[in-house]
Ligand binder design. Structure first.
Ligand code: KG4
Ligand code: ZN
Length: 337
């Protein structure tokens, strides 16, 4: 089956084409970062309008990249949630319209499940069961993936997502939006041991996270520092966040008995997180898997892949129903019902 995947949940317009026989045939991405940078965060109305402008162009480009025509498409998958409703609406209505015109099935998929499955686009992929650390701008979750479509939420952040903690702290330092990668860049030249940041929730049992306290500590530290100290603050702050993510992930592996850890979502692009987990994995206790960095952040390839898995099992959406919130453990396989 050849599936067109469309991602428009936030500030990236992503389009990709996935073939069951040949794998990923095309992948096009347009980031709205420049549009929103002047406001210091995503402006939902502007995001929707920009998706409208870019989506048809990206679909044409993806078809060209794959050497295909519209008539070659056999299914369409779009992100149904979680996300900004207006932005989701653009991908959904485009998909429904195109699906009707081509008379092919259309399916709305879960954005977080798409992040979770992005690793399956890589040559090195885990076998079930595995634990996934989902770390993005809106989510910090540990998920036990027992099988395709069978997800148990082991723990999540009680307040801010880790990407949000990165972004807000970066903003206080005056770094451009989105601050996560900028803060990580600044940290490369910093001393991670100069400042002591708490490792939140590590002294308590369980797999919950909390990042609001460490963010406040970062604010106070920045207020009493000069710009010359920023690289050391960034390095110390990043080390505390990443250390917490890693310790909880190891705890999740132990709790579930799984031997494979997958990291997905935007913060999964963080090089320090990747290198620390690779180093620990080489000590032999577990295997670690990552999507390539460009498939950690929002993209259409993960939607096309997940859409292919579900559409080829016979699933389809009868009508558009968008959801701002859609917990990962409420995702089911239609064909199981
Ligand atoms: O998955 P994603 O692209 O969008 C959401 O679904 O939220 O994740 C975006 C988040 C932002 O908070 C961004 O700052 C963060 O991922 N991020 C990073 C890095 N690259 C992206 N955080 C730390 N280090 C990075 N290299
Ligand atoms: Zn995302």
């Amino acid at each position: 089956m050849i599936v067109l995947g469309i991602e428009s949940s936030c500030d990236e317009t992503g389009v990709a084409i996935y073939s069951g026989d040949k794998g990923l045939l095309a992948h096009q991405l347009y980031s709205q970062i420049k549009l929103h940078a002047q406001y210091g965060g995503v402006v939902p109305e502007l995001a929707s309008r920009d998706h409208i402008r870019k989506l048809p162009l990206l679909v044409n480009a993806a078809l060209k990249e794959a050497g295909l025509d519209f008539s070659d498409l056999e299914g369409i998958a779009f992100t149904r949630g979680p996300g900004l409703i207006g932005a989701l609406m653009v991908g959904a209505t485009y998909s429904e319209g195109l699906g009707l015109a081509l008379d092919i099935p259309v399916l709305g998929v879960n954005h977080m499940e798409a992040h979770l499955m992005a690793v399956m686009l890589e040559e090195e992929k885990p076998s079930y069961p595995f634990v996934t650390l989902l770390v993005s701008g809106g989510h910090t979750q540990l998920v036990f993936v027992k099988a395709f479509g069978d997800y148990e939420l082991l723990g999540e952040s009680l307040d801010d997502a880790v990407g949000e903690a990165f972004d807000k702290t970066a903003k206080i330092m005056g770094l451009p939006y989105p601050g996560g990668p900028e803060l990580a860049k600044l940290a490369e030249n910093g001393d991670s041991e100069r400042y002591t940041f708490p490792r939140p929730m590590l002294n308590r049992p369980g797999l919950e996270f909390s990042f609001s306290g460490i963010k406040t500590k970062a604010l106070l530290t920045i207020e009493s520092a000069t710009e010359a100290d920023y690289p050391d603050i960034a390095a110390s702050f990043q080390a505390a966040l990443i250390d917490t993510l890693i310790q909880k992930s190891l705890r999740a592996l132990k709790q579930t008995g799984a031997s494979a850890l997958v990291v997905s979502g935007g913060v999964g692009a963080n090089q320090y997180l990747r290198s620390e987990l690779r180093r620990l994995s080489e000590l032999g206790q577990f295997n670690v898997y990552f999507p390539r960095s460009e498939f950690c952040t929002d993209n259409g390839a993960m939607v096309a892949y997940l859409g292919h898995e579900r559409l080829s099992r016979g699933e389809k959406s009868e009508q558009i129903q968008l959801v701002a919130r859609w917990p990962i453990d409420q995702v089911t396989n239609q064909t199981d019902v």
